[in-house]
Design a protein. Structure first.
Length: 119
């Protein structure tokens, strides 16, 4: 199983960025997905999660939107009104349920992508 996040970069405060995470080696629509982030010197924190069929979404920040395209085995994170405190490495995860994703245990994790928001 592989999850590859991409789309990070440098953006000015107030701007938007869309991250993507492509999954392979699993039946994507059988997995809930999520995004987490880890800022320098801080613990990893939950950002957003979505159920297998996309019917339910959970957020830590109302400026972000998670959505998925099961036909493309890809989950996205649309980030709007970015702030410098959103600077972090963003990771995607997949698990058999949203609860699995939120716990982090028994979930698949991808390599992160760095988002830097300048003030």
């Amino acid at each position: 199983v592989q999850l590859q996040a991409f789309g990070g970069g440098l953006v000015q405060a107030g701007g938007s960025l869309r991250l993507s995470c492509a999954a392979s080696g699993l039946t994507f629509n059988n997995y809930a997905v999520g995004w987490f982030r880890q800022a320098p010197g801080k613990d990893r924190e939950f950002v957003a999660a979505m159920s297998r069929n996309g019917g339910d979404a959970y957020y830590a920040h109302n400026r972000f939107i998670i959505f998925r395209d099961n036909a493309k085995n890809t989950v996205y994170l649309q980030m709007n009104s970015l702030k410098p405190e959103d600077t972090a490495v963003y990771y995607c995860a997949a698990g058999r349920s949203v609860r699995t994703v939120l716990s982090g245990a028994n979930a698949y994790w991808g390599r992160g992508t760095l988002v830097t928001v300048s003030s």
